[in-house]
Every structure is written in C-alpha cells, then in structure tokens.
Design a protein. Structure first.
Length: 255
C-alpha cells in the first residue's frame, strides 16, 4: 500500500511527521519520492509519496534467526574465529540487533550451546528409553546403553571441541567464565531433570541411592573428554575404547 501525503511547504521533518525512528537497527527506510510541485491557487503544494511501511519481524523471529546464523558460524569458525558482524549479516540484521537481543558474544554462544545441547540431551534420553524399557539382562542392558552413548557422542564431537575452546578462554576472561558457569548449570540441571522425568535410574537395580545430578555430571564430563580425545587422536581413542570407558564408568558409578 502506498501512503499519499499532501502538505504545504512548511511541513515538519519527515521523522517527526511519519514517526520514523532513526535508532531502529533492523531495517533501512527508503527516502520518499517527491514529485514536481503542483500549483493550486495561491499556495504551491507538494505531494509526498511514501512507500508502504515495512513490518518489523517479531522478537522471537529475530532471536531465532540470529541463533541459527550464530550456530552455523561458531561450528564453522570456532568461538574465537566467529564474527558478530558476519553473524548479524547472515541473519539479515545489523550488529546492533545482536547486542540488543543477546548482550555479548559470550552470552550469544552460551545460548546457542544451551539450545543445541538441550536438544541433544533430550534426544539422548529418547534414544535410551527403548533400551531401558527392554527386558534384557543387566549386563546386556549396560552394554547397549554405552554403545548408544558412544554413537551420540561421536555425532556431537565437533561441538564438544568448540565448547572446550570456550572453557579454556574462561580461565582468563571473567565474562566468558560467567557465561560458561551459567551454561554448565543449565546443562546439568536439564539432564538430571530428564533422567528423573524418564525414570532412567528406575530401570537399573543397583541405582537405588544414585543421584541424578551426579550421574548427569559423570555423563557430561565423559562425553566432553572422550569427544576431545577422539577428535585429535581417533587412532588411539577409537569407538571401541570409548564404549568400554563409558560402560566401566557408569558401572562404577552405580555400584
């Protein structure tokens, strides 16, 4: 729709007249088209043709597009190599939109990881549920759980490497340390909650006194360390070794 505005030569500024916000970081507003003056009686009048207003995307859509672009850039370039300007451009916004929605690069990375790893942990519990609900012998059950954990770990290994990079930087950067601590607290709480919700420990006879939170810490720690080792030394820490380590660690925890 085109808005047609007729006014005298003494009209106020366009920003005041049409409510344009020069601080808006999401969209560029095109300049109005000013046709030649039209003579009408004693007053010379101009016709200002304004383009249709551009509808802003909803805040949830803005955040979703930025998170998707950030995930792609972090996975490709790592934490240090990723650029907020490139992330903003890929998402279709300005750099200011990134800051207004996420505050800082550490906060953005933390939220990307939280969203990705939360989905991964839920997929993990979904994958384990059929195994846990089966009528297998305890030894076979433990082996199948370890093999499924290994499969998921290897698929997620690249992100565990990026997370390790972020953690290493946290030792010397207070802002990154704060974001990492928040992320880890979320991951542990979410995985423990999923274990309780799905009754993971209820299927294992020796788990009467087991603490879901402690088991979540064990699983997350194993996943991170083994993923790093596999990423740089897969000839030494191969799939079979990872499965064996996971099985022994979980058995030890539950005994």
């Amino acid at each position: 729709m085109t808005l047609l505005v007729t006014t005298t030569l003494g009209f106020s500024t366009l920003a005041d007249r049409f409510g344009l916000d020069p601080r808006d970081g999401y969209h560029w507003y095109p300049m109005p088209v000013v046709p030649p003056p039209i003579s009408s009686g004693f007053l010379e009048r101009r016709q200002l043709v304004m383009p249709a207003a551009v509808e802003r995307p909803h805040r949830d859509e803005v955040r979703s597009r930025i998170l998707a672009a950030a995930a792609h850039n972090f996975e490709r370039d790592g934490y240090v190599g990723a650029s907020l300007r490139r992330i903003a451009t890929d998402a279709g916004f300005t750099k200011g939109a990134v800051y207004s929605n996420f505050g800082s690069k550490p906060d953005l990375f933390g939220q990307v990881c939280a969203a990705r790893l939360t989905n991964g942990e839920r997929d993990l519990v979904d994958a384990l549920s059929p195994i846990l609900s089966s009528c297998e012998r305890p030894d076979d059950l433990m082996r199948n759980i370890s093999e499924k954990l290994t499969e998921i770990l290897l698929e997620d290994a690249p992100w565990q490497v990026i997370l390790a990079e972020f953690r290493a930087l946290a030792r010397r950067d207070a802002e990154i340390a704060k974001a990492y601590s928040k992320l880890q607290s979320q991951r542990i709480a979410q995985l423990a909650e999923l274990m309780t919700q799905y009754g993971v420990l209820d299927h294992i006879e020796s788990a009467d006194a087991a603490n879901p939170r402690s088991l979540a810490v064990v699983v997350l720690s194993l996943v991170n360390v083994l993923a790093l080792e596999f990423s740089v030394a897969s000839a030494v820490i191969d799939r079979q070794v990872i499965t064996d380590v996971i099985e022994r660690a979980i058995r030890g925890f539950l005994q």
